[in-house]
Design a protein around this ligand. Structure first.
Ligand code: AMP
Length: 196
């Protein structure tokens, strides 16, 4: 099942220096949301690909009510529906600590955390399958930008809680517990879904 992260798609545009990158860069660097029209168009194009026919996991989308409404229109036109919306709850201060310590391998994309999940050996190199790539920090993972992203998250993404609760598909999962516990809870939710 494809994992579709709008953030990953946008970062790929930035690193490939596409025409689209010029439009989205200022928003991403300041921690603002990329405008709905651009984001919705990117997702719409992605969901039309054949690998999405039997389902997909959206990560970081929708982030506004307009995006959620657009997603409903898209899924209805493809004859399916979203089965579950998972709200991973982590206190803001914990998120600031986690994101500030996040590093990504420039080679293979593996995500590390210098505090909670550092590479073995303690260096700043990826230890996955002998990759050895340099670990880098996302430019939007500095404290000011993280706090800005959280303000926008509460204001613009917060209303999605009511949106998906009204539709009866909202699941709230504690994210401030060990990763294995978060995984097990999400797995239970996904395995318990009655999909058409
Ligand atoms: P993420 O990797 O999900 O943390 O996203 C990184 C950045 O990409 C965000 O701070 C936004 O600037 C942009 N972005 C990702 N997903 C969306 C979305 N659904 N709507 C608007 N902007 C987004």
């Amino acid at each position: 099942m494809p994992h579709i992260s709008t953030g990953d798609i946008f970062r790929a545009h930035l690193s490939d220096a596409t025409e689209f990158a010029k439009q989205i860069r200022p928003y991403m660097e300041s921690g603002a949301l990329v405008p709905d029209t651009l984001t919705i168009a990117i997702v719409e194009e992605r969901l039309k690909r054949p690998d999405c026919r039997d389902g997909y996991v959206l990560d970081g989308f929708p982030r506004s009510v307009a995006q959620a409404q657009a997603l409903e229109r898209m899924t209805a036109s493809h004859g399916h529906a979203i089965d579950a919306a998972i709200d991973l709850r982590v206190p803001d201060d914990e998120l600031v600590a986690r994101l500030g310590a996040r590093r990504t391998c420039a080679g293979c994309g593996t995500i590390y955390n210098l505090k909670f999940n550092p590479p073995q050996g303690g260096g700043m190199r990826c230890d996955r399958n002998g990759c050895g790539g340099q670990l880098v920090q996302r430019p939007d993972d500095n404290e000011d930008t993280i706090r800005q992203r959280l303000i926008i998250y509460h204001k613009t993404t917060g209303p999605l809680y009511a949106f998906y609760r009204e539709r009866g598909i909202l699941h709230i999962v504690r994210g401030d517990v060990p990763p294995e516990a978060v995984f097990a809870t999400v797995e239970d939710i996904v395995c318990g879904l009655e999909v058409a």
